[in-house]
Design a protein around this ligand. Structure first.
Ligand code: SF4
Length: 192
């Protein structure tokens, strides 16, 4: 019987092909149970020629419904920060470390509340951001949050080690926004 130890996206990740092939394959991923309750896979968005990659934690409610990363309030905040940092959105590839929305239901009206993926689920999904990195080959990578950091940099990653973390769920959004902006400015200087 399959256990958590068996969770992995690896068999679903094609060795060849560009981002469209990856996106199509990710839509069929059954590497862990998160696909069951989610509406759809939310794969990254942007061009293979993008120079900077922004990696969030996992899709939220709006992303799950629309099938795109960084839409709704998250997208507005990111657009604002990109513009303020002087980064061209066309130069940015945006994605999440985990490709399916995880949530619990809460009253009233059984709203869907974001729930952090487990380490196993995050690790299972790791082959997807790794494949995106391989195809895009960005110069700077901006990691937005602990889950994304762990997926890309290993389980010893701590969100407090970087600024701009979990900006969209931070209690002090303005401080988190300034952190994100600061990181994007570093990325912009790296590209200059
Ligand atoms: Fe596959 Fe990742 Fe979705 Fe799990 S969360 S089913 S590993 S795409």
């Amino acid at each position: 019987m399959a256990t958590e130890d068996d969770y992995t996206a690896q068999p679903f990740v094609p060795d060849r092909g560009g981002l469209p092939a990856l996106r199509a394959a990710a839509a069929e991923c059954r590497g862990c149970p998160l696909h069951r309750a989610a509406t759809q896979t939310v794969f990254g968005a942007g061009k293979a020629s993008a120079r900077v990659m922004l990696v969030g934690e996992q899709p939220g409610d709006q992303e799950d419904r629309q099938g795109k990363p960084f839409v709704g309030p998250a997208g507005h905040l990111l657009d604002r920060a990109l513009a303020e940092a002087g980064l061209d959105p066309a130069d940015a590839y945006v994605t999440n470390a985990v490709k399916h929305f995880k949530f619990t239901r809460a009253e009233p009206r059984k709203r869907r509340i974001h729930k952090a993926p487990t380490l196993r689920e995050t690790a299972a999904c790791g082959p997807w951001p790794a494949a995106e990195l391989d195809r895009v080959e960005p110069e700077p990578i901006v990691v937005l949050g602990a889950t994304a950091g762990k997926a890309l940099l290993g389980s010893s990653f701590r969100a407090t080690q970087v600024r701009g973390t979990a900006v969209l769920r931070a209690e002090d959004r303005e401080a988190a926004y300034r952190g994100l902006l600061s990181d994007l400015k570093v990325a912009a200087r790296a590209l200059a």
